[in-house]
Write a protein that binds this ligand. Sequence first.
Ligand SMILES: NC(=O)C1=CN([C@@H]2O[C@H](COP(=O)(O)OP(=O)(O)OC[C@H]3O[C@@H](n4cnc5c(N)ncnc54)[C@H](OP(=O)(O)O)[C@@H]3O)[C@@H](O)[C@H]2O)[C@@H](O)CC1
Ligand SMILES: [K+]
Length: 540
Amino acid sequence: MKPVLSTEEVRRLEDLIEKEGTSKAELMELAGEFVASLAEARSPKSVLVLCGFGNNGGDGWVAADILSQKGSDVHVVTPVDPDEIPSALARHVARRTAGRDVAVHVGPSRDELVELIEQSDLVIDAILGTGFHGELRPPFNIWISALNEIGASVISVDVPSGLDSETGERAEACVRADLTATMLAPKIGLYSGDGPEFAGELVCGELYDNLDEVIGEVDHAAEFVDPVDMADFIEPLPGNIDKYSRGSVLVVAGSAMYPGAAMMAAKSAARAGAGYVTVAAPDSCANLIRLALPSIPVVAIPSDSRGSFGAAARSVICEIAPKYDVVLCGPGMTTASGCMQVVSGLLESDVPLILDADALNCLGRGSIDGIDKTPELLRRNGALILTPHHRELSRLVAGDPVHDLRSAIEASQRILWACGSDNMLVIAKGPTTAVVGVDKVLIPTAGPASLATAGSGDVLSGIIAGIVATAHARSDAWPEFGAYAVTVHSYTGFAAAAEMGERSVIATDLIDVIGQALQLVEDEAMHALTGLGAAASKGE
Ligand SMILES: NC(=O)C1=CN([C@@H]2O[C@H](COP(=O)(O)OP(=O)(O)OC[C@H]3O[C@@H](n4cnc5c(N)ncnc54)[C@H](OP(=O)(O)O)[C@@H]3O)[C@@H](O)[C@H]2O)[C@@H](O)CC1
Ligand SMILES: [K+]
C-alpha cells in the first residue's frame, strides 16, 4: 500500500527528512532530477519549462538545467527575473540555471508564450505546487489557458498547476497534464475532485532513500491499494469445501417497483464467490426474481400494499438472518415503514451486515440530525459495512455537502469516530471510492467511466457481500477485503468496456465479467509479486 498524504502531512514529512540530514535544497535537486528523467524518456528536442515564484518553480529550474546539459534545447518562462524570485531556494537554482545554456524569458506576452509553446515538443509545468491557494492570479491564469488551448504535451511537477493539492478542486484555469510527477508521496487532491481528470498518469518520485522508514512517522490521509496488495487476500478454493463453507449471503432487497436491484446484487454475490446466496424479497416480486435467478432460492416476505416489505417482514427476516455469514440489505428496497423496521431489526442482531442503497436512506430517515449525532443506532456487536454514494452519505450526515473524495472521507470518519467502533466500515462510493475504517482509509484502483451506470452500485454491494462472505474467518481485515471488492468492481468496468465499448456498458454486463475481473486482479497481483510486472492489463 502506498501512502497518500495531505499537504500538511507532506510538510511534516519534509521537516522530518531535513532532521534526518537531507535538506529541502537537496530535495529540490532530487525532485528536478526526477522530472528531468521523466522528460528525457520522451526524447524531446525542445523543452519549455514554465516556472512560478515558489519551490515548485525551483524544481522546474533544476530540471531545465539538467535537460539542457543533456542536449535538449531548453527555454524557461518565469514571471520575474531570477534575482527577484521570492523563494530563496528557488532563487538560488534559478540564478544558477540562468547562467548556463538555457534561454530565459521573463514575463512574456500571451502571443510570445503561445509561440514558445508551439515550438516545443514538451512543456514542464512548474508553475504552482502544494503552495497554491485562493484565486489563480495573473499571469498564471493566462499561461495555463494558453497551454491547455494548444494541447501541448505536459508533465506537471508535483500537481497540475491550478489544482488544490488538498481538495482536488481546480481553479478556472488548471493545467491538463499528460503525466504528473508527484514528489515523495501522492497528494490526496490528486485522487479527489478534479484531480484524477487533470493529473493524467501519476508517477511518484520517492527522492529519499529511507523514505519507507520516515513516512511511517507522519499520519497518512489515505493509502493507495494496488492489486499486488490483495495478494494475501486471494486464496485458491480448497478442495474440501461445500456450498455453505464457501460463504453464504442473504440478500434482503427488492420491491414491486425495483426487483432488478435484488437480482443484480444476488447474482453478483454468487459470481464473486459466495457458495450459497438466498434472496429475501417482498412476495410482490419474489416470483419474478425466482424466474430470473433459477440457481438462487428466494424467500417471499409479506409485502405492504405498494409491494415493499410489510409489517411482518422484520421478524421473518431477523429469524433467518443469523444462518448466513453476511446479510446484504437495501438494493431496490424502498424506504417504506416495513423496510425501516427491517433495517433496525438487522442492526439489533449480531449478524455481519452490509447496508446499501435504500437501507442507508432508511437509516438517514431514522436519525434526526445525522447518524453521526445518533451513533447508538449503529453500535452493535456484529460487523457493519455502509456503502453510500456521495448523495447518500450526505443524507446520512444531515445534508452536509459531500461532493468529492476528501469530503466523503471526512463525513465517513465523522460517522465512524462517533460510533467508535472498530468493526465498522464505510465504503464511500464515487469516481474515486474510499474504504474508510476507524483507523485507516484505503483508496483502491478506480474504475472507468463505464461504471457510472444505473445498477452499478447493486453490483458492487453484491461483490462486497460475496467477497466478505468467503472471508468469514478474517473479519479483522474487512477494510482490505472491502478494497479488494472495490478493485474487482473497477476491473469489471475495464473488462466490460473492452467487450462492449465504454459508453455501452450496462450493469448486467458487469456481472457477467466478475469472474474475468477476479482473474485480472489475481494475475496482476501475482505477476507483480513474482516480479514479472503487471502483465494483465485491465482487459485490454
Ligand atoms: N514535498 C516535497 O518534499 C518537496 C517539494 N518540493 C516542491 O515544492 C513545492 C511547494 O513549494 P512552495 O511551498 O514554495 O509552493 P508553490 O506551490 O511553489 O507556490 C508558492 C508560490 O505560488 C504563489 N501562489 C500561491 N497561490 C497563488 C495563486 N492563486 N496565484 C498566483 N500565485 C500563487 C505563492 O505566492 P503567495 O501566496 O505567497 O503570495 C508563492 O509565491 C511542491 O509542490 C514541490 O514541487 C520540492 O522542491 C522538494 C521536495
Ligand atoms: K505544477
